[in-house]
Design a binder for this molecule. Structure first.
Ligand code: SF4
Length: 361
């Protein structure tokens, strides 16, 4: 099919198949992709507001059995610098978060083999008791798979217990690339593609807001990138119309500094600014049923973040008061609330502060 026909099909919100997505990704001029993606962004989010938020990424522990080859953050049990975050540390971090105007913790692993579901439900309950207005955007499909196997529970039971204890939304962590060929190399001990999708399917049935992500630019092929988007879109199509499903999609590039993938296998990040813009645009074009596309300003920096807002993205994510995982592999772009708003204005948009459900606040 000619490129023009594919653009028209996308603009009519007809889903493009994997082959058509690959054709656009590899053949279309980036400025044409940006034009189409920007029109679609206007369809899904009319107007001139670009979203941002304040939250804090706290790691529950850095002990993780997964040992993903792109991760510099994890430690083995017994390492001198292994930790489990204490209640006092949560209190001082949350107090600071509230002082800076945020109300959400992005709580992530490691996957510590000693911690079962009771640890997480107790923690969520005690944090919610101390801070009733706190929002918990916590864990991710790999943790749910691990907790379900450990306790011999269904995904539905694990998620229901977590929700009952205070989980407000489920991050799309651990998606990397939804191809088991890739996962066997970058994250062999983590959930398989089907497991990741299976947890999200159940979360959507429970009407738990979720996000979808992609960590790309390592060993995956372009068909695997496009296949990832198609899998997300197909799953989103299964959710009931008025349920949250995937509220947003966030692609970010592999950060290679000091990782096993780079040190032992010589895999460098293939990230480039123009390719990120292409990735954002193709995400908007392929994901015709996910309303929000977020550019990862933390990993791609100010200029590419600004350009992404003209390429289909409608959000620059969080000022992220604390982040420990991607920053351990080289992502060092940090912005405070004032800077984030200036960046959005400089890009020609109106900053719109939002919550995790992408509701303006
Ligand atoms: S990326 Fe997450 S799951 Fe993988 S090793 Fe690091 S902390 Fe563990």
């Amino acid at each position: 099919m000619a490129l023009q026909e594919l653009y028209e099909k996308a603009l009519r919100l007809i889903p493009l198949d994997t082959k058509e997505g690959i054709q656009l990704y590899t053949k279309a001029p980036v400025e044409e992709l940006m034009f189409v993606a920007n029109k679609l962004r206007q369809h899904h989010n009319p107007g001139n507001i670009a979203g941002w938020m304040i939250d804090r990424n706290v790691n529950l522990t850095n002990i993780c059995f997964s040992q993903c080859t792109f991760c510099n953050f994890c430690r083995k049990k017994g390492s001198p610098d292994a930790y489990i975050t204490s209640t006092d540390e949560y209190i001082s971090k949350i107090d600071e978060l509230f002082l800076l105007g945020g109300d959400q913790l992005l709580l992530q692993g490691g996957m510590n083999p000693d911690l079962g579901i009771g640890f997480y439900t107790d923690l969520f309950r005690s944090l919610k008791k101390l801070y009733p207005s706190l929002k918990l955007h916590a864990l991710g499909p790999p943790e749910v798979v691990f907790l379900a196997k450990k306790a011999k529970l269904s995904y539905s039971d694990v998620l229901s217990q977590l929700i009952e204890a205070g989980l407000d939304s489920l991050p799309g962590a651990g998606a990397e690339i939804l191809s088991d060929r890739v996962r066997k190399i970058v994250s062999p001990a983590k959930a398989t593609s089907e497991e990741w999708l299976g947890v999200m399917r159940v979360a959507h049935k429970l009407n738990l807001p979720t996000s979808a992500t992609m960590m790309y630019g390592h060993i995956e092929t372009i068909p695997e990138r496009i296949g990832h988007l198609v899998k997300l879109r197909d799953l989103q199509n299964e959710k009931p119309d008025d349920y949250y499903g995937f509220v947003t999609f966030i692609p970010w590039p592999f950060q290679d500094e000091g990782t096993v993938l780079m040190r032992k296998h010589g895999i460098k990040s293939s990230f480039s600014g123009p390719d990120y813009i292409r990735m954002i645009a193709i995400s908007r074009i392929m994901l015709n049923n996910i309303r929000n596309i977020q550019a990862s300003i933390l990993t791609v920096g100010k200029e590419i973040g600004m350009l992404s807002l003209h390429a289909g993205a409608n959000d620059l994510g969080s000022v992220m008061i604390e982040e420990n995982v991607v920053s351990a592999a080289g992502a060092r772009n940090r912005f405070n609330a004032e800077e984030m708003q200036l960046i959005i204005k400089e890009a020609g948009f109106i900053p719109g502060r939002r919550n995790q459900k992408y509701e303006q606040i």
